[in-house]
Design a protein around this ligand. Structure first.
Ligand code: CP
Ligand code: NVA
Length: 321
């Protein structure tokens, strides 16, 4: 294969077949934590945080180490990015040293800028617009509990809550790539950007899936294979909790709403959760919840993604499967 520099900036950076390949690789890493070690050396991977994190920080730090590499974890407050060094200059420096760059930041334009100037793979570890690593972990969790990666195509998934946030956008695009029937429901004023819905509809049609955007939580959940939610206030919006949360109460995932999904439906939440708000404790701690497996799958999915991306960069087909 011809070497090619690939990045993971938004969920539709992978085709249907490529997403399957990454998820199959993730299943292998779940069985054997040390399945491949593409960063043996150890080679350094920069993991940068402009926003707080528990899961992403631990899964990328431990994941890079398990891939044989050295995770260089940089926080905004302790770096020159924090005082405004241009992204392009940061990229030019890191790319001379690191074999990969993982970044959690604000605007999507920032990760795009990083990718433009880096000559190693760049991974979006959450922006205001997308959270593609979370979607890979969530779909790996579906594969784990619902009959493997091939079973994803044709599944119905429902996301409730802030339908204009990064998770909603990523379910739309990632689910469309997977060929799922994706339903997102939120109140007026918190529905996804029509441009993202249009992209999702086009991709879903190519892969046999469909997209439904609605303000009716029951319509979204009816007969779903999995119900997802996320916080009603994303990082940076916490001070607005009281005002922002008001229109979201009808979208709380509780036992009544879960009862409308398939009897064997799963519940997932990217975490951290506000218990008693977007989800009741009875659901998140209940028998349909797989949130701890979902969190663990961040590790396996991201190791698979990094391995797959460096496989492309090096033209090494053995790293793709
Ligand atoms: N789900 C997720 O990205 O969690 P963290 O914010 O803890 O990384
Ligand atoms: N929508 C949330 C996701 C956290 C993992 C946020 O951006 O804060």
């Amino acid at each position: 294969m011809t070497p090619q520099l690939r990045h993971m900036l938004r969920d539709d950076d992978l085709t249907h077949e490529e997403q399957k390949q990454v998820l199959e690789l993730g299943m292998k890493f779940r069985e054997n934590r040390f399945y491949k070690q593409p960063f043996a050396g150890p080679q350094g991977v920069a993991v940068i945080f402009d926003k707080p994190s528990t899961r992403t920080r631990s899964s990328f730090s431990i994941g890079v180490a398990e891939l044989g590499g050295y995770p260089l974890v940089i926080d905004k407050s302790g770096s020159q990015l924090g005082r405004g060094e241009p992204v392009a200059d940061t990229a030019r420096v890191l790319t001379r040293m690191a074999y990969g760059i993982v970044w959690r930041t604000f605007g999507q334009d920032r990760v795009e800028e990083m990718a433009k100037y880096a000559d190693c793979p760049v991974v979006n570890a959450l922006t205001d617009e997308f959270h593609p690593c979370q979607i890979l972990a969530d779909f790996l969790t579906l594969a784990q509990f619902k009959g493997g990666v091939d079973a994803l195509k044709g599944m119905t998934i429902a996301y409730l809550g802030d339908a204009a946030n990064n998770m909603s956008n990523s379910y739309l695009l990632g689910g469309a790539v997977a060929g799922m029937h994706v339903r997102v429901a939120g109140p007026h004023g918190y529905l996804p950007d029509p441009a993202i819905v249009a992209d999702a509809e086009r991709i879903a049609a190519e892969n046999g899936g469909s997209i439904l955007v609605t303000t009716d939580p029951k319509e979204a959940v009816a007969g779903a294979d999995c119900v997802f939610t996320d916080t009603w206030v994303s990082m940076g919006e916490e001070a607005e909790y009281a005002i922002r949360s008001k229109p979201f109460w009808p979208y709380q995932v509780n036992d009544e709403l879960m009862a409308l999904a398939k009897p064997d439906a799963l519940f997932q939440h990217c975490l951290p959760a506000y218990r008693g708000k977007e989800v009741t404790s009875s659901v998140i701690d209940g028998p349909q919840s797989v949130v701890w497996d979902e969190a663990e799958n961040r590790l396996h999915a991201q190791k698979a993604l990094l391995t797959w991306l460096v496989g492309w960069q090096r033209g090494d087909e053995s790293l793709l499967a």
